[in-house]
Write a protein that binds this ligand. Structure first.
Ligand SMILES: *Cc1c(COP(=O)(O)O)cnc(C)c1O
Length: 384
């Protein structure tokens, strides 16, 4: 019996691909710049791995969802700007000054709390303001922003960035997106007019930067580019143009070791709930990776090509039955006799089998595949 060095699946993160992806997005947002969204542990890739690589490529502005992520980001990024997208939680306000973080303010309560905090901590970083142009999720409504500006909020508050978020920028010629771009553009004009008036009055030279675009907008939209974009998914290799060729480089490669190769006679079943029935004498390879590693459980439950598969030595091998907690079974009957043995690695995600495909075969989106990536992998940073 062959012995494996390790049962851990290997997750290789290609940092030069990550950097190339950021450079492409940055070029597409010219003359503005691209930031980087590194929430959810940099979409599962790891903040501590991804953030310094992105900074080295030239990225200077980062977005996270939680303050806890921002504190980790700050440790990895002594110099960068870090925005907290989910807004200001009252119990966490003191962390902002200490870690030089910027909240993305999304309600009047948050705006008021931040004004109070900055009055006492004038060295705190400028905040961003989130205006909701259609998501109905986070942010103040456009009419409230207009009222704030009319009441003199802008010179007082030192807002560094105005942002909004697209509902469906991955869809080309989408009416909702067009409405959002028009709304945001009108608000940008109101802000710029107010800033001009303030400037003429000699009170301030302040310019609020503007940010609207997420990953897909860099490719699907002619308008809507502003000072700063906020790509996430595309940085990590996700396809920002669903249904079309992916313009991004693959960043992650997930490979799992084969721990057994076994013969299953015709009419026997494989795995829980007998979901796979051997229609002929079959050869099954068992991989050390499962849903506890974040690989979706229903990735394999559909018959044939719609379901999950792995690639071994260039051959597509369909899943035989459901994904288990720690194991995946592959039907390798069609491979040359003896060509697969314990210790070989099967590709589960990577070139030729991208996260969008894996998401689709599990009835979800590639975003969820990325952010569920497991903690048991041997993680390898490559391309630095
Ligand atoms: C997550 C998020 C993004 C990044 O979106 P992608 O589709 O991953 O590029 C940008 N802006 C906001 C507000 C977000 O929540």
């Amino acid at each position: 019996m062959s012995r494996l060095a390790s049962h851990a699946a290997r997750l290789t993160v290609d940092l030069s691909a990550l950097q190339d992806n950021w450079r492409l997005l940055n070029a597409r947002n010219a003359p503005g710049a691209a930031g980087a969204v590194i929430k959810a542990d940099a979409y599962g890739i790891g903040i501590e791995v991804a953030a310094p690589a992105l900074h080295k490529a030239g990225c200077r502005t980062f977005f996270v969802a939680h303050v806890s992520e921002a504190v980790r980001a700050r440790a990895a990024l002594p110099e960068a700007e870090i925005f907290v997208l989910n807004g200001l939680a009252a119990g966490e306000i003191d962390v902002y000054g200490a870690a030089r973080l910027s909240p993305v303010l999304g309600s009047l309560d948050e705006i008021t709390a931040w004004e109070g905090y900055r009055a006492a901590n004038p060295a705190a970083e400028p905040a961003a303001l989130h205006v909701d142009t259609g998501m109905n999720r986070l942010g103040i409504r456009p009419d409230m922003l207009r009222e704030l500006i009319a009441s003199g909020y802008l010179p007082r508050a030192d807002i560094g960035l105005l942002m909004s978020h697209f509902v469906s920028s991955e869809v080309e010629n989408d009416a909702v997106t067009a409405r959002q771009i028009a709304e945001f553009g009108a608000l940008a004009e109101v802000i710029q007019d107010a800033e001009k008036a303030i400037q003429v009055a000699g009170k301030s030279n302040h310019r609020t930067r503007l940010s609207l675009c997420n990953s897909s907008g860099h490719f699907t939209l002619a308008a809507g580019r502003y000072n700063l974009s906020r790509p996430g998914y595309a940085l990590y290799g996700g396809n920002p143009t669903p249904g079309k060729k992916n313009p991004m480089r693959q960043v992650i490669r997930l490979e799992a070791p084969v721990i057994q190769v076994l013969r299953v006679p015709a009419s026997e079943t494989v795995g829980y709930s007998s979901n796979f029935v051997a229609m002929r004498d079959s050869v099954i390879a068992t991989l050390s990776c499962g849903y506890a590693d974040g690989y979706p459980r229903n990735g394999g439950s559909k018959p044939s090509r719609a379901g999950g598969y792995a690639i071994i030595a260039g051959h597509e091998c369909p899943f035989a039955g459901n994904v288990s907690m720690d194991l995946i079974t592959l039907d390798i009957t069609h491979l040359p006799e003896g060509s697969v043995k314990a210790g070989d690695y099967a590709l589960l995600i990577g070139d030729g089998l991208d996260i969008d495909r894996v998401g689709a075969s599990a009835g979800t989106i590639g975003y969820e595949i990325l952010t569920n990536l497991g903690r048991r992998y041997e993680r390898i940073a490559a391309g630095v």
